[in-house]
Design a protein around this ligand. Structure first.
Ligand SMILES: *Cc1c(COP(=O)(O)O)cnc(C)c1O
Length: 392
């Protein structure tokens, strides 16, 4: 068997993708042409949402989503510690503060029960969050109905960070369709589908879509209807707020559109590989990620959790796998333990479930082009890694 490096995730690029990008490259527009709008409409349709706004990354989309919901100084935004740092940083970009809610030990998503407890405490001390950002970790949807009911009770908004979860469903409907104000996707190459860099915000609310669209375009509007009374001619545009250049390019949209045609195949293949992992890994002293009855996962990640004995050897198991060309990874170092967040008053011990999970987890390779043979190599190498860890 060959011994090439197997990463934990990677993009799947075909000749059709290459052709689509080359066609965009030789068209009249490299940016702000027809493809970005086409990509937005396609993602909106897939998500059964009225509006979609493309951005140059999910990080940018999270930033403008927070701004569209009026997040600013004096506000608090809550998210999960088990996420990529961008889910928290977006609040700080707006001058707001960040706080975290511990995770559920089964799904590793933000725990609705912990959220309810924390909200009750926050109400008593008068510091309720303005926005809560649940993350569909690994592609597995959060229990959105429970979060939505809490949002109704306590009056906060919800931004779903669905960076891992395009194509995932909650109770049969696409994520972002119903239980939040705004939902964000990432098209970074390791995610479920890619536009190289790229992100998208979807919403059912016209005013939020308009605000986000203005913010990704330097705060400028050229909307003819809006400018009807002020416009002296066709050259005219107006800056109405302070915005950013967060635009997606035509090349990115061309790749995204081409990838979107294969999204259901990507997810089918991921799901088939997960079923194979369940068979191949049964009997090992590890907890495997599951799917709740309300969720259809897009399976961005396959995070295993080592039992308590093995967890002490996590670093050596990681190293053994890497030394044997298996690109395992750890998702995620709890955000609140980053030095930057520790400087802001957070510390180890504050979110014990996320911290315990972090100490014991490893993500196994999972991506559409992973072959059955490569997957067997992953499992055999993991078995060896565990054997040597037990001897240590
Ligand atoms: C990847 C990721 C992001 C950021 O996405 P970019 O497109 O790289 O900006 C945000 N949140 C989560 C959970 C992610 O995994």
């Amino acid at each position: 068997m060959s011994n090439e490096f197997i990463p934990y995730g990677r993009q799947s690029i075909t000749a059709a993708d290459v052709e689509a990008v080359c066609e965009a490259l030789t068209s009249d527009f490299l940016t702000q042409g027809p493809l970005v709008g086409q990509f937005e409409r396609a993602i909106a349709k897939l998500s059964q949402c009225k509006y979609a706004v493309a951005a140059n990354s999910a990080t940018s989309a999270l930033h403008v989503a927070c701004l569209a919901l009026d997040v600013g100084p004096g506000d608090s935004v809550w998210t999960t510690p088990n996420t990529f740092i961008a889910s928290a940083n977006c609040a700080l970009y707006c001058g707001a503060s960040v706080d975290f809610v511990d995770i559920d030990p089964q799904t590793y998503n933000l725990c609705p029960v912990r959220l309810a407890e924390k909200l009750a405490e926050a109400e008593a001390s008068g510091c309720l969050p303005k926005v809560v950002i649940p993350v569909h970790f690994g592609g597995h949807p959060c229990d959105m109905r429970a979060l939505y009911e809490l949002a109704q009770t306590y009056g906060f908004s919800i931004i779903e960070d669905a960076s891992h979860a395009i194509g995932a469903k909650y109770k049969g409907t696409p994520v972002g369709q119903r239980y939040s104000d705004i939902c964000i996707f990432s098209f970074h190459p390791v995610k479920v589908m890619t536009s190289a860099e790229g992100g998208m915000a979807i919403t059912q609310h016209e005013h939020l879509a308009e605000r986000m669209r203005t913010l990704v375009h330097q705060g400028v509007t050229k909307n003819k209807l809006e400018l009807e009374t002020t416009s002296p001619g066709d050259w005219y545009y107006e800056q109405q707020v302070l915005g950013f250049n967060y635009r997606m390019t035509e090349l990115q949209a061309a790749l995204g559109l081409s990838q979107l045609e294969r999204l259901s195949h990507f997810i089918e293949r991921r799901r088939a590989l997960v079923q194979r992992y369940y068979q191949l890994l049964s009997g090992l002293p590890i907890q495997l990620p599951g799917e709740a009855d309300y969720g259809f996962s897009s399976w961005h990640l396959f995070p295993i959790v080592l039992n308590e004995v093995l967890a002490e050897q996590r670093a050596s198991i990681f190293k053994y796998l890497r030394d044997h060309q298996i690109g395992t990874q750890v998702h995620y170092i709890p955000v609140h333990t980053q030095p930057f967040y520790q400087q802001r008053g957070f510390n180890w011990g504050m979110y014990p479930v996320a911290e315990d999970y972090y100490q014991r987890t490893l993500s196994l390779p999972l991506y559409p082009d992973l072959t059955d043979e490569q997957q067997v190599r992953v499992v055999e190498t993991l078995q060896q890694a565990i054997d040597q860890a037990i001897i240590l």
